[in-house]
Design a protein around this ligand. Structure first.
Ligand code: ADP
Ligand code: MG
Length: 284
């Protein structure tokens, strides 16, 4: 690796390990409303960071800026040292950026073309990012679908013929087809039944182990982060209020807002009225 000590320091974390994704001072304003306010974090190669916070806290806006769907008003986003905050110059750069970070959305109904069999939808991503001979491409499609637990029958089906969980598996396979370094999952299991949620989370963990890909796992639901993330970042009204190892934040949250989010997770002995009481502004 070449570069000045400053440049090297920029892409290396405090422990000397190279950082995959480095986000610094990210801001986004909608009119007078500051939706994302000075958000910074790093993601090491193959690490999994959870971005949590209630609805409207700025999670989606943050990750949309990372993938380039939204333009930051301030701050920088770098992957492997390359800045991606400025608009991409041309198609080649757009494609190169897409290969770095891929995103899976909450609703695969909206992100999959209803007229295209899912195997072909995965194939289109391969055509775009990794040109190869037709036979090799077919084999790669089968391999990617197999990786998410889908076979030939599903490959030939239209998205409408698949279950919600199967569609989300297709969306994951399609994202993996680009061979990204970072996969952003924005409420990716939120629309699924609890048992299907568990299966998809298990699948994601297996993929992370096998592919060594980094995850940014965005959710309003603290019940799902323990098994899928190493670190958590808690957003409240666009600002980071707490950040640290997942087990520490879940077992000994330091910030009252993190505690409130935890209290909102239904579990044995859970009391919804105590949550709504503590949510009321004092004196109200
Ligand atoms: P989350 O994903 O945590 O639910 P969002 O990032 O979607 O939160 O939204 C954060 C804030 O920004 C909310 O107040 C939301 O209403 C506002 N917001 C998001 N997108 C837009 C937009 N395109 N125009 C105006 N306001 C927006
Ligand atoms: Mg959102």
């Amino acid at each position: 690796m070449s570069g000045t000590p400053e440049e090297l320091a920029e892409v290396r974390g405090v422990g000397g390990t190279p950082e995959e994704l480095v986000v610094e001072g990210l801001c986004k304003r909608y009119g007078d409303h500051l939706a994302v306010d000075d958000v910074s974090f790093t993601l090491a190669p193959g690490a999994s960071l959870g971005i949590v916070g209630e609805s409207g806290s700025g999670k989606t806006t943050t990750v949309r800026m990372l993938v380039g769907l939204e333009r930051p008003d301030g701050g920088t986003v770098r992957v492997g040292g390359r800045d991606r905050s400025a608009p991409a110059r041309g198609r080649a750069e757009r494609l190169a950026r897409a290969r770095e970070i891929q995103m899976v959305f909450q609703d695969p109904y909206l992100s999959l073309d209803p007229r295209v069999p899912v195997g072909r939808c995965v194939e289109e991503v391969l055509r775009l990012h990794h040109p190869m001979e037709a036979r090799a491409r077919e084999a790669r499609v089968a391999e990617l679908l197999d990786q998410v637990g889908l076979g030939e029958r599903e490959a030939a089906a239209l998205p409408g013929k698949l279950s919600g969980g199967q569609r989300q598996r297709v969306a994951i396979a399609r994202a993996l087809a680009a061979e990204p370094r970072v996969l952003v999952l924005d409420e990716a299991v939120a629309a699924l039944d609890v048992s299907i949620q568990a299966q998809v989370l298990e699948l994601l963990n297996t993929i992370r182990r096998e592919v060594g890909i980094g995850f940014l796992f965005v959710t309003h639901d603290l019940a799902v982060v323990r098994h899928i993330t190493d670190e958590l970042m808690v957003l409240k009204a666009g600002r980071v209020v707490e950040q640290g190892p997942t087990s520490r934040l879940l077992d000994a949250p330091a910030h009252p807002y993190t505690r409130l989010l935890l209290d909102s997770v239904p579990r044995r002995g859970w009391n919804p009225s105590s949550v709504s009481t503590s949510r009321r502004p004092s004196g109200a």
